[in-house]
Design a protein around this ligand. Structure first.
Ligand SMILES: [Zn+2]
Length: 62
């Protein structure tokens, strides 16, 4: 298992799709809903984190 696999995405993107990657292993394609998750969500297959650009910046600058 790998840690801190974070992907920054655009704020206007409500959904992301994830199929895993070489690091964490491939998995069936799933869609994650960022809108309901307040701009940050973790893939329950591979553990990759998706986060909205603005959310990420805010986090860093606080
Ligand atoms: Zn995934």
């Amino acid at each position: 298992m790998r840690v801190s696999n974070i992907k920054i995405i655009d704020d206007d993107q409500d959904y992301v799709e994830c199929v895993g990657d070489e690091l964490s292993g491939a998995h069936p394609k799933i869609f994650l809903n960022l809108k309901d998750a307040d701009g940050q969500i973790e893939c329950y297959y591979c553990g990759k984190s998706f986060i909205h650009k603005s959310k990420f910046k805010r986090k860093k600058n606080v």
